[in-house]
Design a protein around this ligand. Structure first.
Ligand code: HEC
Length: 247
């Protein structure tokens, strides 16, 4: 009696699998606009992100979800993001309780992890910007670079052992970067606009800011002896700006 609807449902699902690129596999890179500076329980957090199929073509017709799990209690929630054009989406998240949250994009292809989020207790106020972590502390920059490596979607194309997650595997279309190091000036230009240095590269311009690039470089070039590094905040932005005025 109940068989027919079931068979029909299976057929329809089968057809959908054949015609829907979303269900039929493929992969995408989601790129968070910016790392949330401070998240408080019960207060809305607005996020924005881009989705690029194979890291290149922007995808406009998705219904991406953000899924979040609370480490301690196992509590979960999911929020649907809204498209606002040109491959960009926004979502409003409310984390119900404080603590460590694992969260991830469910956009197109496999889930894509986001860097673990520490949510402050409800009612707590965010630290004053001026009191916030010292911007030129190398250890802080490396930590931020790691978070950006995940949040910007580098992790989809590049394996890096410091950015490993359960139930997630890099597609590895780019070189593994675990033991990679390079000249900061080169990396600054490369991360700003890969195509300007290698016309045929598959690596996209992810629209990174100078500050984000500086943190990513600190992360990529991190050594045991970070204290020895001298860091001048803004150096990469200055380098890029001077390259523009040179023309
Ligand atoms: C869509 C896939 C993709 C994404 C996303 C991506 N890359 Fe790449 N990346 C590549 C590929 C492919 C190469 C190989 C170089 C080429 O194509 O010329 C590469 C090369 C590199 C290199 C080596 C450059 C060199 O020549 O020494 C670095 C460093 C790098 N990527 C860092 C990053 C970082 C950091 C991010 C995130 C902000 C990122 N990549 C995002 C695909 C990607």
């Amino acid at each position: 009696m109940f068989r027919k609807p079931l068979i029909l449902a299976l057929l329809v699902t089968g057809l959908l699998l054949m015609i829907s690129p979303v269900l039929a596999g493929g992969w995408s890179v989601a790129t968070l606009d910016s790392l949330p500076a401070c998240v408080v329980a019960e207060e809305p957090l607005e996020i924005g992100f881009m989705v690029r199929q194979h890291g290149v073509h922007i995808l406009d017709e998705l219904k991406p979800l953000i899924a979040a799990d609370h480490d301690e209690s196992g509590e979960q929630f999911r929020v649907e993001a809204v498209a606002d054009g040109d491959g960009h989406y926004t979502a409003e998240l409310v984390f119900p309780v404080e603590g460590q949250w694992d969260w991830r994009f469910q956009a197109f292809g496999p889930d894509q992890p986001l860097p673990v989020l520490t949510v402050l207790p409800a009612g707590e106020s965010c630290p004053d910007e001026s009191e916030a972590a010292e911007e030129d502390d190398p250890a802080v920059l490396v930590e931020q670079g790691l978070a950006l490596f995940v949040a910007k979607g580098c992790v989809v194309c590049h394996q890096h052992d410091a950015a490993a997650f359960d139930a997630f595997e890099s597609i590895n279309v780019g070189p593994e970067l675990t033991d990679y190091q390079s000249e900061p000036d080169f990396l600054c230009r490369w991360l700003d606009n890969p195509t300007a240095l290698a016309a045929k590269t598959m690596m996209p311009d992810l629209g990174l800011s100078g500050t984000e690039i500086e943190s990513l470089i600190m992360f990529l070039n991190a050594t045991e002896d970070m204290e020895a590094e001298t860091v001048t905040p803004g150096w990469c932005g200055d380098l890029l700006a001077s390259a523009v005025t040179d023309h």
